[in-house]
Design a protein around this ligand. Sequence first.
Ligand SMILES: O=C(O)c1cc(=O)[nH]c(=O)n1[C@@H]1O[C@H](COP(=O)(O)O)[C@@H](O)[C@H]1O
Length: 280
Amino acid sequence: MTFIDQLQAATRDNASLLCVGLDPDPAKFPAHLKNDASRIHDFCAAIVDATADLVCAFKPQIAYFAAHRAEDQLERLVAHMRRAAPGVPVILDAKRGDIGATAEQYAIEAFERFGADAVTLSPFMGFDSVEPYLRRHGKGAFLLCRTSNPGGDDLQAQRLSSVAGQPLLYEHVARLAQGPWNLNGQLGLVVGATYPAEIARVRELAPTLPLLIPGVGAQGGDATATVRAGLRLQGDAITGPIVVNSSRAILYASAGDDFAAAARQAALKTRDQLHAARIG
Ligand SMILES: O=C(O)c1cc(=O)[nH]c(=O)n1[C@@H]1O[C@H](COP(=O)(O)O)[C@@H](O)[C@H]1O
């Protein structure tokens, strides 16, 4: 089953456009786990168990594991996800981007070591830095396009005077990903929920690509505007998929022993908001 097939199936089976982001920060853990980096796996596994039936994807952010020498815990966590949520694809948020030979090593890390179904990539170094990931048939690759942070404007909103029609850089990335770079239908784009007008523009340029949309929850993005701008349906069928990520607002919904139950409630609320926007 390809990443796209997995995503479509999980979206349908869990009636969900929500991705729970796993950005574990031991300083924010509840008292019995607080500041204990050896419990990163246990914290995340509890979140996975509490939300497995509410999500279309999980997105572990590699920096939160690597910073604490906890990559082995990430490996165990992915194994746990396969058992607890076998139908839910795993997007490794690594934002890699390097020359081809090095990219090949990053692809081994993402898809073999961590067993991810998809990965996030920076397209800044060009097609030959993306192509090694596309050799992994069926795996997904989300290219940063119009990111959720204010500084995204610094480069992504610059006009490219050398390209016909003078698009903005993020528009150019969207066109490349929908067209010539998408050799085997594996590409998607990252667009921030904090910029719904840009989500709509990216959707115009890339009508069928899956959009990974972080920025609801802690960053204040509007869930309803996000769905309206990004999701494309034909009848009940999704022709332009979206994966809406929320991390801190779900992981740290409670700082108490009830953190997993509180995460479930927060995920349920966001899942239902996204779903209501889809049918509303
Ligand atoms: O690629 C990403 O996932 C990403 C892209 C982007 O434009 N903005 C963004 O916030 N992210 C990631 O999405 C997550 C957002 O976390 P919260 O703000 O806590 O929901 C973090 O893991 C970020 O690294």
